[in-house]
Design a protein around this ligand. Structure first.
Ligand SMILES: C[S@@+](CC[C@H](N)C(=O)[O-])C[C@H]1O[C@@H](n2cnc3c(N)ncnc32)[C@H](O)[C@@H]1O
Length: 230
């Protein structure tokens, strides 16, 4: 279809950069252990099918592999996914499939997903497409299935933007190998599509995903949601 956007073009220069992919796990701790522990309390377990959308280097996908039946790690960037493929070789995890696709193109096959997991990826799409992606996520879940979304989502109002975002950027580091630089925060705000909680939440509800819990970081730039498919 000619009107579906090129998701890799939206995915950000860094996610097409092998140097960024190589340093990613050193820079980013995705807290996969505690994330998985929380998903297990929600009924995810040995018989579950998990789809990780925007899986990147697969920190969560690899952690989940030991606890569930099937993990599908989907990412639009071959550069990021190749890091996961390399890690899988030595891991002994035989139940992780890597799929080069995006929120708008991944076609789920097999048992419906019990959990769709997505961390720091949905914000790459503009709002119109985030709503389409959410609807697609809802369709790949079984009734009662869980959608875990953790992303850069702004829990403030437009007049507060300067103050909140400058305070966020004040936490930037100086070493690109181990820190997130101010320029990377600036790129995120300027070029990516993080939206407001008060725009995202209706998209979830309209997509048939009831919000069970929502947690917002103290700096008001991150949100973690647990949603259930009605
Ligand atoms: C910041 S990384 C997060 C990776 C992983 N989820 C984590 O938490 O460590 C963002 C990932 O989203 C992927 N991505 C961006 N746009 C996407 C899209 N439209 N569909 C699927 N993946 C996408 C990027 O290629 C990248 O691997």
């Amino acid at each position: 279809m000619g009107w579906i956007p090129d998701e890799l073009a939206y995915a950000g220069e860094e996610n097409r950069d092998p140097a960024h992919a190589a340093r990613y796990d050193h820079k980013m701790d995705s807290e996969a252990k505690s994330e998985l522990a929380e998903m297990l309390t929600l009924g995810i377990g040995k018989e579950s099918t998990v789809v990780d959308l925007g899986a990147g280097t697969g920190q969560f996908a690899l952690e989940a592999a030991s606890a569930v039946k099937r993990v599908v790690a989907v990412d639009v960037s071959e550069v990021m996914l190749s890091r996961l493929r390399a890690k899988l070789k030595g891991s002994g995890a035989g139940n992780v499939e890597c799929v080069l696709a995006g929120f708008l193109t991944y076609e789920h096959r097999g048992d419906p997903a019990d959990l769709v997991y997505s961390r720091f990826a949905l914000h790459h799409l503009p709002d119109f497409w985030q709503a389409i992606a959410i609807d697609r996520i809802s369709r790949m879940l079984r009734p009662g299935g869980i959608f875990r979304l953790w992303d850069v989502v702004y829990s403030f109002d437009p007049p507060e933007a300067d103050g909140v975002l400058e305070a966020w950027m004040a936490g930037a580091g100086a070493d690109v190998e181990g820190d997130w630089l101010r320029s990377e925060f600036e790129d995120h705000i300027r070029d990516e599509n993080s939206t407001y909680t008060w725009l995202l939440e209706p998209m979830l509800e309209i997509g048939g995903l009831k919000i069970l819990s929502a947690h917002f970081s103290g700096d008001r730039v991150l949100a973690r949601y647990v949603c259930v498919k009605a």
